[in-house]
Design a protein around this ligand. Sequence first.
Ligand code: AMP
Length: 366
Amino acid sequence: MSERTVLRSGSRVGILGGGQLGRMLSLAASRLGMKTHIFCPDPESPAFEVTPHKTVAAYNDEAALEAFAKAVDVVTYEFENVPVETAAVIARHAPVRPGPKALEFSQDRLAEKRFLKRAGVAVAPYKPVMVRGDLYAALLEIGYPAILKTTRLGYDGKGQRTIRVREEAEKALAEIGGVQLVLEKFIPFEKEISVIVVRGADGQSVTYDPAENVHTDHILKTSTLPAKIVPATARRASEMARAVADALDYVGAMGVEFFVVRDGDDPQLMVNEIAPRVHNSGHWTEAVCVTDQFENHIRAICGWPLGDPVRLADVVMENLIGEEVAAIAVRSTRGVQPHHYGKGEIRAGRKMGHINIVGLPKSETA
Ligand code: AMP
């Protein structure tokens, strides 16, 4: 499949990962007439509910990966921790989109920060920490408070500790040390926003309006549109997201999370994290955009021209976490679009669904 190939409806899209994002991607692909095949080790995966084609196998099961790759025309993924070897086995038989560079950088916070700096994008000041001595040297340079993070496998606030005073350093190290770490300056941000950028196989890209995000217990709780930022900040965020996607020669949807350090005449934005996939803070696009992030991701990886990301109304996306999902029926009244992920087991802290609360026709940022 070359960059110019356009997959026809009826083609087969393989998706690594069977969570809610895989499920939503599969639904979007079906709307374009694609057939989807989900690969996931967990037999109870919610994405298996929406397509008959599935493989239940480990991500290091080479024979299963090979058979999967041969059964589809293109492969994508719903999570960034796809082992690099898994992607390499698949790439021998089918194109993997987004490509390996995006996986490499998003799996390792240190590699990600170095890449972002090279791409000309600001990040919080940081220092690598491997051993105890590195931490004290880094604290001297970065100051307090600071945040110590594992470089790999951290999400929803897992694998990070805030160090407010010197005495807290030892405990933080004992709790998450023993692996490669990075110390980051604590950024007293005004707010957190994110931009979903989608880049097509032809290098054309679109961005969605920035969402203003609020986290509770390190888990995204709401994304609100419009974000309360000045137009210059919104424009800058969109430019930075595009610059990141271009630097990766990226194909597909990507979530770019920012800290807004100062809003106004001289907007200061720092990228906190990139996610090489459709993103929770883009679920609102389902309800109020002509083409949502899921459809545009599928369009990109299939070589289609991208759809229109225009936002038609104001909206708040609220995640339903744990038991909150039980109220989905009574909460989805007029103007509210529900999305239940169909997960069998309700657990505290688990994302079970979301609702999009649609407001007035679109108003401008700030
Ligand atoms: P992360 O897992 O890196 O996305 O961090 C999760 C959340 O922790 C972010 O969305 C922020 O709310 C907070 N956080 C992470 N890094 C920093 C930082 N350097 N300064 C201030 N807050 C941070």
